[in-house]
Design a protein around this ligand. Structure first.
Ligand code: C2E
Ligand code: MG
Ligand code: MG
Length: 699
């Protein structure tokens, strides 16, 4: 619609009863590039016009039958010809007929005698101006349609802020209110503050001659609406204000923000928004010289709640904890600055059962401990979830700004470290961050503490893995392997805690427990008819070097009633390196009593024959790292064959560990390995399940 139409030849219709006039007019208009049609009277003209829509009509007034005036009126009545340019040719130069020409709807007139060149120009001019009028009209219609179509409300005001016009949009004030505002002032319509903003923007936009924008909100009966207004100067002292309701957009933005920045379970800020806000808060606090405290709170034993009562109860507990924290912090005595409360600054859920509390204005360091105490006391009150009563305690770590870190993530890391420290000290307490505590050290400390309690709380379990004769799969022994049924972390494998138990010395009581339990189990099986010749127990170097290892083994044998030759102790190569002769004597005494010794993970340590010879060893266990590569790895095949040959020459038995597939088993069988152990036969299993295998006797 905006592109100009390709120029085509304009058409003109001449209506005149005078043949000569028609001829001359025809000639003139042709010279001015019109395609000309002729009619000799009104009736002929009307008939022609039923099929032809000319661009110009040249109309003689004085015709027999219907005269030009009447014809002009008739033409104007047709909807498609209201804007057809019509020039009347009057014979009379009198005012009256000129008037009548205009009244009947003509655009222009020429009077006889006709100045022919001027007729041509005039025809062209009338055509052009008619075209201009048409285009203007089209443009106006288009603009009106656009204005109607846009959802915005459009106001026109004068410089002082009086409404001059309005076009209602969607979603602004109820449409019916709008027409009444014309003639009234902005300040009569809008709340004071908003009116003030609008008036200032009107002035600015006029002064600077550019578009100003503005965002504000209005309280409406159905809730608060948000608006965006754009003010454009219109002429020297009027302003067009286009106002759009952006409430929905705002709501969506808020929703996106909530999803990105808030925890969906509790509605609290999440880690991301917590860190961002804390960073801002720390910047401000730095400038104002404030001390900020960060409390890192972790529920004790939350995993147990999840595991025993289910995730739904777990979620509800977290919500209840969050609610209690929110309620408490909103209340009286915690934080003196309600403004921050509103922004949710204080509280965040970092994930899982971890919450943070920020005290933005700590005047007395003592206060933070008091607050931590109160938080803990408050959370220790039982929660009622459905029909359940759930009690949890919490551990809190505290880091202070600026002393313990000057950005959010450092502060958080240190509060986390302090929290771990609190956990390691037995939970349900709070600790301030102490530089000397690295996270790793504290985690170890925490683990050690857990281990200590695990013994008292009886959290350890023994699994047993069968050992079979390579020749026919007869079960000839079981290896006892320890597991830790951790209340929070589930079943923990020995690799994760044995090293700590060894370093802390806890392996001594723990190892004794393993020995006693395994021996008792074997006796128990025996009594139930599930016979097994031997149980193998892993022994750490620390145990052997401990105060009275020999005595401990002896009393386990005595107390459980196991036959000494039914017990096998798996030693590591590092024990063989021990030059202490007294220890060798002690082990030899046990051997004399019947106890078997094997070297575990053989091939990974020093593997020195001279050491092996000095000890009363009866079996080598080929480490699973060699078995894994069998039979394809030439190196592993070579080592395995060599170990078996060496063992034979020393009169030792050989067992291969970690046998996972038949090809490995075949190779080992052919290499004359005596016994096999691995997933191919059975994984380590709880005692009851092993009992079934023992009753079968072979795998
Ligand atoms: P280990 O004595 O060499 O025990 C063999 C390990 O290999 C066990 O891991 C066992 O589950 C695993 N295993 C058995 N068959 C296969 C197999 O076919 N494929 C593979 N990939 N692995 C297999 P686990 O139970 O995690 O024990 C790891 C280590 O922890 C043991 O190695 C032992 O050194 C130590 N350990 C276990 N229980 C005790 C204990 O009561 N006291 C002491 N001091 N150490 C223990
Ligand atoms: Mg072992
Ligand atoms: Mg091993």
């Amino acid at each position: 619609m905006l592109t100009p139409q390709p120029t085509r030849q304009a058409t003109a219709l001449i209506v005149d009863d005078d043949d000569v006039m028609r001829l001359l007019e025809h000639e003139t208009l042709s010279q001015f590039d019109f395609a000309v049609h002729e009619a000799r009277d009104a009736h002929a003209a009307l008939e022609l016009l039923s099929t032809l829509l000319p661009d110009l009509l040249l109309l003689d007034v004085d015709m027999p039958g219907m005269n030009g005036f009447e014809l002009c009126r008739r033409i104007r009545q047709r909807w498609d010809m209201t804007r057809l340019p019509i020039i009347m040719v009057t014979g009379m130069d009198d005012l009256e007929s000129i008037n009548e020409a205009y009244q009947s709807g003509a655009n222009d007139f020429v009077s006889k005698p006709i100045n022919w060149p001027i007729l041509g120009h005039r025809a062209r001019y009338v055509l052009r101006s008619a075209q201009a009028v048409r285009e203007l009209h089209e443009l106006k219609e288009k603009q009106a349609a656009i204005v109607q179509a846009i959802p915005d409300t459009i106001f026109l005001t004068d410089r002082r802020g009086t409404y001059l016009d309005v076009k209602a949009g969607f979603g602004l004030a109820p449409g019916s209110m709008l027409p009444g505002i014309v003639g009234r002032h902005v300040a009569e319509i809008l709340p004071g503050e908003v009116a003030e903003l609008v008036l200032r923007a009107i002035e600015r936009s006029l002064q600077e001659g550019r578009i100003e924008s503005l965002v504000y909100k209005l309280p409406l009966p159905d809730g608060t609406h948000h608006y965006e207004a754009r003010l454009a100067p219109s002429g020297a002292d009027k302003v067009v204000i286009v106002v759009r309701d952006i409430t929905l957009q705002k709501l969506n933005e808020d929703r996106v923000r909530r999803l990105a920045y808030f925890d969906t379970l509790t509605g609290m800020p999440n880690r991301q928004s917590f860190l961002e806000r804390l960073d801002h808060e720390l910047l401000r606090a730095g400038r104002q010289g404030r001390v900020v405290a960060l409390l890192f709170l972790d529920l004790d034993g939350f995993k147990r709640v999840n595991d025993t009562l289910g995730h739904s109860v777990g979620d509800q507990l977290l919500q209840a904890v969050a609610d209690r924290l929110k309620e408490r912090l909103r209340g009286d005595d915690f934080v003196a600055r309600p403004a921050l409360d509103e922004s949710g600054m204080h509280l965040a859920r970092l994930g899982g059962d971890e919450f943070t509390v920020v005290l933005p204005h700590l005047e007395d360091a003592q206060v933070v401990g008091l607050i931590a105490d109160r938080l803990q006391a408050m959370l220790a009150q039982p929660f009622h979830i459905g029909s359940q009563e759930v009690t949890v305690t919490s551990s809190i770590g505290i880091a202070l700004f600026p002393g313990d870190g000057d950005d959010a993530s450092t502060l958080l890391k240190h509060a986390d470290t302090a929290m771990y420290h609190a956990k390691s000290l037995g939970r349900n307490n709070w600790q301030l961050y102490d530089r000397s505590l690295t996270t790793a050290a504290i985690r170890r400390l925490a683990l050690e503490n857990d281990l200590r309690k695990a013994i008292e709380r009886d959290e350890f379990r023994l699994f047993y893995q069968p050992q079979v004769l390579a020749a026919d799969g007869t079960i000839v022994g079981v290896e006892a392997l320890i597991r830790w049924q951790h209340p929070e972390h589930g079943l923990v494998s020995p690799g994760d805690f044995i090293p700590v138990a060894e370093e802390s010395g806890l392996i001594v009581p723990l190892g004794e427990w393993v020995m006693r339990t395994a021996c008792r189990q074997l006796v128990d099986w025996q009594e139930r008819g599930a016979l097994v010749p031997r149980v193998a127990v892993n022994i750490s170097a620390t145990q052997v070097r401990g105060a009275d290892f020999i005595g401990a083994v002896s009393s386990v044998i005595d107390e459980t009633g196991i036959g000494a030759d039914q017990l096998e102790l798996e030693l590591t190569e590092s024990i063989l390196m021990d030059p202490d002769l007294r220890r060798i004597e002690g082990l030899s005494r046990l051997r004399a009593r019947g106890v078997h010794f094997s070297i575990d993970d053989f091939g990974t340590g020093y593997s020195s024959l001279s050491y092996v010879k000095r000890f009363p060893i009866s079996m080598l266990k080929i480490d699973q790292s060699f078995v894994r590569g069998l039979p394809d790895s030439a190196n592993d095949a070579g080592i395995t064959t060599a170990i078996i040959a060496m063992a034979r020459s020393l009169g030792l038995e050989v067992i291969a560990e970690g046998v996972e597939n038949a090809r490995q088993a075949d190779f080992l069988r052919r290499a004359q390995c005596d016994k096999l152990q691995g997933y191919l036969f059975s994984r380590p299993l709880p005692a009851a399940e092993v009992e079934q295998l023992l009753l079968q006797g072979r795998i």
